[in-house]
Design a protein around this ligand. Structure first.
Ligand code: SF4
Length: 752
């Protein structure tokens, strides 16, 4: 049951962890209306076990840094002067400004930016933007798996199950490629991998560093950042040359194999070794192990999506490998994600409305430069995939219309190709999480931007630039139905969890904020009076009401485990087959067989720059203690990780006169930031690995936007076409930098 008692005055309720978008299952003990304890719920589909962040869940809920009341700016943007206003006043004024901007500049003048949700809020901003008619909406996912999803859609019309958790006793081999699950996937993934290993599964890790995954692997390929496409092509050539591919699957289900074979023939192992720095013998060993162990799984990984010009070949190469070995939509291999069928999620997101919106006259601001990321592309795929997805593309369709962030900032600063005049930001500390953050700050403080509204739980540096800051409820205060990233439409698993606590102070759920705004701005009828009411609409295909489902002992709707769905429906491509020479890529003007291309700043593509900036820089270092740019304010987590850390090889550090724990500057042609040196033998001496997401909430309020320019690595990451991948997102893991000791000590204390 959703509720029980452990003492006369202590009620126990089901809930989810409020700290990240995974939304792990928990139970909360409530005394006198206040939460006094939270622990993992082992009965839920994703129990909150093995995650150190979870220890800070209750601290987060009523932390002094939380936003609790609507606030309106009274000074200049970023000056830190606010007045508390009523919700009514804030919504009246925001509504009036949005309506005026739409009248004058059109619906496309509104930008929506979503973050890595702190709870089940994300879909509300997408829905609002689709109903409003703006194609200028993007989400943290723009920096996430987008290029890999695009490659998979183009080649076989589906994306692999997120996380591709190994199936013990079934999965024979997994290639961890561009990710580090022990750090970024919580404990459940690695537990499954350990169980699978005891039953014979082999692990191959492709990573420039001896990551936690690499340490636990049978084979580690220490690759030069930005060269994964060449590695994939070299593996493909060997697998084809040695006849290790699944000839039956290829003959029956694939088109363009001969073209693929001719294309990868250029990538001999000796050539690939020279490009990637991985010994040819290891590449051959990995290719043979992968191709002869079935089923086998090549994991989705951000590492391969963050390589700028190197990204296209990397993500396509991985998709080709999955397909020629017959591992697509196979249990234990790369099984496809489940499309929402038990709910009307696809219809409720109104993607078709953005295609045919009567007020929309323009595509997004980057559609001419990066057409795979446009309403035009969404429409093309919608038509080509209708044999498998008759109701429309599943939730990840949103990626298809994302504009390139660099073009969005240009549309604000230069008003080209057309003006963006207003922005709604939901749960995104955009300054901390997108490239070239000083340029983002320029855009957000530009007079061209008439309205900047941030809906947040904390006064982030981005929120500090807003005209209005609206306090968002957290997951303890919000009813929930989505599991893990299911609320992005990636799966068909639901778990109904009632609201455990009423929102504190004047916090509101994201749903209530966008319902109010939508109803004021012509979206009446789309927003039921409560979030539970919207869940009832979603659940109509399952003929169950939210409250009824939530009251069950097992409040889940789990889909049956399915595989090889192509046997009945074909693949969701124009031909119904796997297309190595993708017809959709060709239609959108892309080469379906792109050569490995060096990132714009690499020792090979730009040797002159490399003389000044001799180290290859990876900028996306994560750790177990924080969630992106959030949770640095939680004292017990911060004590575990008080400073931003940059990994250097000990020999590199010795040459630079740097010792363990020293403050160092990391500098690119864009600027410099300071982090503390962490010496690490498991990194190539030419590679540097810096953490991202750092700011100093303990300094708020101050005049430096809480130290966002001090250690925030994204403030030295370039953006723009030179560095962008085929989808317009930035190069975060294949840059050039120099490193040197920071002589002066850090201003202020960063101990909490
Ligand atoms: S993975 Fe996220 S939701 Fe799950 S326990 Fe950790 S912080 Fe909470």
């Amino acid at each position: 049951m959703p509720e029980s008692k452990v003492a006369e005055d202590i009620t126990v309720k089901r809930t989810i962890c409020p700290l990240c978008a995974t939304g792990c299952n928990a139970v909360v003990h409530i005394q006198n209306g206040r939460p006094v304890r939270i622990k993992a719920d082992p009965k839920g589909p994703v129990p909150a076990t093995g995650c150190v962040k979870f220890t800070g869940a209750l601290d987060y809920h009523d932390h002094p840094a939380r936003l609790n009341f609507p606030m309106k700016r009274v000074g200049q943007r970023g000056e830190g002067r606010w007045e508390r206003v009523s919700w009514e006043q804030a919504m009246d004024e925001i509504t009036e400004k949005l309506a005026r901007i739409k009248d004058k500049w059109g619906p496309e003048a509104l930008l929506g930016v979503g973050g890595s949700g702190h709870g089940p809020g994300d879909p509300n901003l997408w829905r609002f933007c689709n109903l409003w008619g703006t194609p200028n909406y993007f989400h943290q996912g723009k920096n996430c798996g987008e290029p890999e999803y695009f490659a998979e859609w183009a080649v076989y019309g589906a994306i692999s199950e997120i996380g591709n958790t190994p199936v013990p006793g079934v999965t024979k081999c997994v290639i961890i490629w561009g990710s580090n699950p022990p750090v970024s996937y919580g404990s459940n993934w690695w537990k499954a991998a350990e169980a699978a290993r005891t039953q014979g599964m082999k692990i191959i890790t492709v990573d420039p560093r001896l990551s936690e995954s690499a340490k636990g692997s049978d084979l580690w390929l220490q690759i030069r950042p930005g060269t994964d496409g060449a590695l994939a092509y070299g593996m493909l050539k060997l697998i084809i040359d040695e006849g290790l591919y699944d000839a039956d699957f290829v003959n029956r289900w694939c088109l363009g194999f001969e073209e693929l074979k001719a294309f990868v023939a250029q990538y001999s192992l000796s050539k690939v070794e020279a490009i990637t720095w991985v010994p040819a013998a290891k590449i051959a060993e990995a290719a043979r192990l992968y191709a002869t162990s079935k089923p086998a799984d090549i994991m989705f990984g951000l590492g391969t999506a963050h390589q700028g010009k190197g990204t296209f070949s990397a993500v396509l190469g991985k998709a080709f490998l999955r397909a020629i070995t017959g591992n697509v939509d196979v249990l234990g291999g790369n099984r496809f994600g489940d499309v929402p069928e038990q709910t009307s999620f696809v219809e409720q997101m109104h993607w078709d409305k953005i295609i045919d919106h009567p007020e929309r006259t323009r595509d997004n601001v980057s559609s001419e430069v990066w057409p795979y990321g446009s309403v035009k592309a969404l429409k093309l795929f919608r038509e080509a995939m209708s044999n498998v997805y008759p109701k429309g593309l599943p939730g990840p369709a949103k990626y298809m219309i994302y504009p390139a962030p660099s073009s969005v900032w240009t549309a604000i600063l230069d008003q080209k190709p057309y003006p963006i005049r207003a922005a709604l930001i939901q749960a995104s500390n955009t300054l901390g999480t997108f490239a070239n953050s000083k340029r983002i700050a320029q855009a957000f403080t530009s007079g061209n931007l008439e309205l900047l509204v941030v809906l947040e739980q904390n006064l982030t540096p981005t929120a500090q630039l807003a005209d209005y800051v609206l306090p968002a409820a957290d997951a303890l205060e919000t009813p929930n139905i989505f599991v893990a990233v299911g609320y992005w439409g990636f799966n068909d698993l639901y778990n109904a969890i009632p609201r455990a606590l009423d929102p504190l102070y004047e916090r509101r759920t994201d749903y209530d904020v966008f319902r109010d705004l939508g109803n004021r701005l012509g979206q009446q009828g789309y927003w039921p009076d409560s979030l539970e009411g919207w869940y009832d609409r979603l659940l109509e295909p399952s003929s169950v009401k939210f409250e009824e489902l939530a009251a069950r002992n097992d409040p889940q709707l789990a889909p049956p485990v399915r595989e090889k769905r192509y046997l009945t429906s074909g693949f969701a491509t124009a031909s119904g087959k796997v297309e190595f020479s993708s017809s959709m890529l060709k239609k959108l003007g892309y080469d379906p067989f792109p050569q490995h291309e060096e990132p714009a700043w690499s020792p090979v593509s730009n040797p002159e720059l490399a003389k000044e900036y001799p180290y290859i820089l990876i900028t996306t270092g994560r750790n177990r203690h924080f969630q992106g740019s959030n949770l640095h304010q939680i004292a017990k987590l911060r004590r575990l990780h008080p400073h931003p850390l940059v990994q250097l090889h000990p020999e590199t550090a010795r040459q630079l006169g740097i010792a363990e724990g020293d403050d160092v500057y990391i500098e690119t042609p864009v600027g410099r930031v300071r982090q503390k040196a962490r010496l690490f033998k498991g990194i190539n001496p030419q590679v540097v690995h810096a953490e991202f997401g750092w700011w100093y909430p303990e300094r708020t309020p101050d005049s430096s936007l809480s130290g966002i320019w001090e250690s925030n690595i994204n403030s030295i990451v370039p953006d723009g076409p030179e560095h962008a991948s085929f989808t317009g997102d930035s190069s975060f893991r294949a840059l050039l930098c120099r490193v040197y000791p920071a002589k002066e000590s850090a201003p202020g204390s960063i101990a909490h």
